[in-house]
Design a protein around this ligand. Structure first.
Ligand SMILES: [Mn+2]
Length: 199
């Protein structure tokens, strides 16, 4: 093991049910590389943006009951990624903890804020103007983040400030969350950033 690997923050999750089989390998301090596939074109596009802007590295293997629809696969990838994220944070010593920004994507504008709080909270005003993006059901974007947050145990706010185009809105969400997670996981000291001494 070289020095770099010794300090890598990473999580690995493998989950198999009757509906899906998923393997997630997440490394926090990397260069924004997404490898593998969800089996769903639009979700791959979003994960690519999320990972690019987070600076993480994600290796994903997934197979799911896409013959039913994409719901189980999207939700279970969210769960696994959330679990891997939580695992990769370890004891959270020295992390910034908070991240926020308002991300524009053409006409779409989304406020994103996160607290790596150890508690599950998802507050979203997303309201997609169309039901689908291509064949992808817009509801699944909320499903994905709800699942992620449930396992990551973080507080996430998404406020849609403007947006006419569902594809642009979705991009603003995934890029924005990538950016705020990058801010929040950054190590700036050696203490746990909580007056309670625990996150
Ligand atoms: Mn796009």
């Amino acid at each position: 093991m070289n020095n770099k690997n010794q300090y890598l923050r990473k999580g690995f999750v493998e989950r198999t049910t009757k509906e899906t089989a998923i393997k997630v390998e997440l490394v926090l301090d990397e260069e924004g590389v997404f490898q593998g596939s969800s089996g769903i074109g639009f979700l791959d596009h979003m994960l690519e943006l999320l990972i690019k802007h987070s600076g993480f590295k994600l290796r994903l293997e997934a197979s799911g009951d896409l013959g039913v629809d994409a719901h189980h696969t999207v939700e279970d990838i969210g769960l696994c990624l959330g679990q891997a994220f939580r695992e990769s944070l370890g004891d959270k010593k020295g992390i910034v903890r908070y991240g926020s920004l308002i991300l524009p994507m053409d006409e779409a504008l989304v406020l994103c804020a996160v607290d790596l709080s150890g508690r599950t909270g998802f507050y979203s005003s997303l309201n997609f103007p169309t039901e689908k993006i291509g064949t992808f059901d817009c509801q699944l974007i909320q499903v994905f983040w709800q699942a992620f947050i449930q396992e990551a145990k973080i507080t996430l706010h998404l406020q849609q400030l403007a947006g006419e185009n569902s594809h642009h809105l979705a991009e603003a969400v995934f890029k924005g969350i990538g950016r705020i997670l990058k801010q929040a996981v950054k190590v700036e000291g050696d203490k746990i950033p909580s007056s309670k001494g625990l996150l």
